[in-house]
Design a protein around this ligand. Structure first.
Ligand SMILES: [Zn+2]
Length: 253
C-alpha cells in the first residue's frame, strides 16, 4: 500500500503534492477507522477546497503575467507593470470568488478525484454527480446543465468485455467509458482499427488513439477490491465465531 509520505517523493507542483497528501490521508483514515469523526472529514474537505482556490488564484496571476509579457514584447510602454499585473489578476480572482460553491468545485478535477476516491473506499459502484452532493446556493440554476459533468456518469469498475475487475484501466477521450488495457488491445489489434465502444448502450466509436491511462480510476478499483475482500473476511468471521466474546463485562477486580 502506498504511504502518505509518497506524496513528497515525486517532484511536482506543490499544490498537486498537497492535494495528493490530503487525498491519501483521507483514504487511509476512512480505511482504518470505522467511524471517522465528521469534523476531521470536514477539515480535510476544507483543505482540499483551499487547494482548489489557491490553484485558481495562482492561475489568475500567471495568466495576467503572460498577458503583460505579450504587451511588453509588442513594444507597448507600460508605466507601472506591477499595478497593471495586480489589477488584471484581480479581475479573474474576483470573478472566481463570486462563484457559488458548486460552480467552484463540482467540475474541478482535483476536487472530484478526491471525492471519488473516498467514495470508492466506502461505497459500491460509482459516485453520483458531485453537483448533487453540493447543495444549491443562490446563483445555482436548479436545471443548470451547461456543464457536462463527467463525474455524473455511472462509473463501473468492471471491464465491459471480460466483466472482470478493470486492470490497468484506460478511458476513452470520446465517451469516457473505461476498459482494461489488455482487453482493448485485443479488441483493437491495430492502431488503425476504429470500432464501436464495447460499453453497453454506447454508440461512440473508439480507436487506440482515444485511450488514455487512468491512474485515478486504477486507485478507485484497488480501493473497491480491498473493500470487497474485507467484506468477505467480515462475513467469514461472523460465521466462524458465533460465540461473541463479551467477557469484558464480567471482569471483577
Ligand atoms: Zn463508450
Amino acid at each position: 500500500m502506498k504511504t502518505v509520505s509518497d506524496a513528497w517523493n515525486t517532484p511536482k507542483n506543490p499544490l498537486d503534492a498537497l492535494a495528493q497528501l490530503v487525498r491519501e490521508s483521507a483514504v487511509l483514515l476512512t480505511e482504518v477507522a470505522e467511524d471517522v469523526d465528521p469534523t476531521t472529514i470536514r477539515m480535510l474537505d476544507k483543505t482540499m477546497r483551499d487547494v482548489v482556490d489557491m490553484q485558481s488564484e495562482l492561475d489568475a496571476r500567471k495568466n495576467a503575467a503572460i498577458g503583460l509579457r505579450e504587451r511588453l514584447t509588442k513594444g507597448e510602454v507600460i508605466a507601472d507593470p506591477v499595478t497593471i499585473w495586480e489589477k488584471d489578476a484581480h479581475r479573474d480572482i474576483d470573478k472566481y470568488q463570486q462563484k457559488t460553491t458548486r460552480q467552484k468545485y463540482a467540475n474541478n478535477k482535483t476536487y472530484r478525484d478526491y471525492k471519488e476516491e473516498i467514495w470508492s473506499v466506502t461505497h459500491e459502484g460509482g459516485m453520483p454527480p458531485l453537483k448533487s452532493m453540493i447543495p444549491a446556493e443562490e446563483g445555482d440554476d436548479s436545471d443548470d446543465d451547461d456543464d457536462v459533468e463527467v463525474g455524473g456518469m455511472v462509473v463501473t469498475f468492471r471491464d465491459p468485455i471480460t466483466k472482470g475487475w478493470l486492470e490497468d484501466p484506460v478511458t476513452s477521450k470520446k465517451c469516457h467509458h473505461s476498459y482494461s488495457r489488455a482487453s482493448m488491445h485485443a479488441y483493437l489489434p491495430s492502431a488503425r482499427d476504429v470500432k464501436k465502444c464495447p460499453a453497453a448502450g454506447c454508440g461512440e466509436n473508439v480507436s487506440r488513439a482515444d485511450l488514455e491511462a487512468d491512474e485515478n480510476l486504477a486507485r478507485q478499483v484497488r480501493n473497491a477490491q480491498r473493500r470487497e475482500q474485507e467484506q468477505e473476511r467480515g462475513k467469514r468471521n461472523r460465521k466462524g465465531t458465533m460465540i461473541v466474546d463479551d467477557s469484558d463485562d464480567d471482569i471483577v477486580e
